[in-house]
Design a protein around this ligand. Structure first.
Ligand code: COA
Length: 170
């Protein structure tokens, strides 16, 4: 099944992910990152206090995308975000980021942070469109197999209280 096969009215479904989903999420992460997280690493992330995650499922097959986040008092972080190359540009990442923000706000966070590689134009466009602003830089944070290391940009977005109005935003 591909993105073009979604039947009208059978939109993507968001599901909470648990540690037991890690073996299904790891191959997706590997399809998206040079330095992927294996299943045990994903399990460890989900075991951290305040950690949570959502996957988007478009068919009975493997998840098409997922995001992990963490809430720590009034601050939250988007820890990772991955959408299968086959399913990109269908709004799945936007839904996942909105859901992470809504969950974080519902659990008391007022600000959502993330880090993105400076050369990741797709992700930077996604976050800029979602209202994130750059608030910091870590020089040479991401090693690259080919070429020099790339800076990480720290981005932040304020979250509305409760989470509901976040979901209502375009
Ligand atoms: C970045 C990523 C998560 C985007 O996933 P996606 O589901 O394709 O994104 P969406 O369809 O929700 O895009 C929402 C908006 O983001 C922007 N965007 C997304 N991909 C883009 C691209 N390749 N080029 C330019 N803008 C892009 C656009 O504004 C887009 O809205 P539009 O399609 O209406 O123009 C996906 O490309 C990916 O998994 N990349 C590899 C892993 C990664 O970089 N993760 C983020 C690490 S910080």
């Amino acid at each position: 099944m591909t993105a073009d096969d979604i039947a009208p009215g059978s939109g993507p479904e968001l599901r909470v992910v648990a540690a037991g989903d890690a073996p299904h999420l790891a191959p997706l992460h590997a399809a998206c990152f040079e330095d992927p997280w294996p299943a045990p690493a994903i399990r460890d992330v989900l075991a951290m206090p305040g950690a949570f995650g959502y996957a988007v499922v478009c068919s009975a097959a493997a998840p098409a995308g997922f995001a992990l986040g963490r809430v720590n008092t009034d601050e939250a972080e988007l820890l990772t975000l991955a959408v299968d190359p086959t399913w990109r540009r269908h709004g799945l990442a936007r839904s996942l980021v909105e859901t992470i923000g809504a969950h974080a706000a519902a659990h008391g966070a007022t600000r959502l942070f993330l880090e993105v590689a400076e050369d990741n134009a797709a992700a930077r466009a996604l976050y800029a469109a979602g209202g994130f602003v750059t608030v910091g830089r870590r020089r040479g944070y991401y090693a690259r197999r080919l070429g020099p290391a790339v800076d990480a940009l720290t981005m932040r977005r304020d979250l509305p209280p409760g989470g509901a109005s976040w979901l209502a935003k375009p």
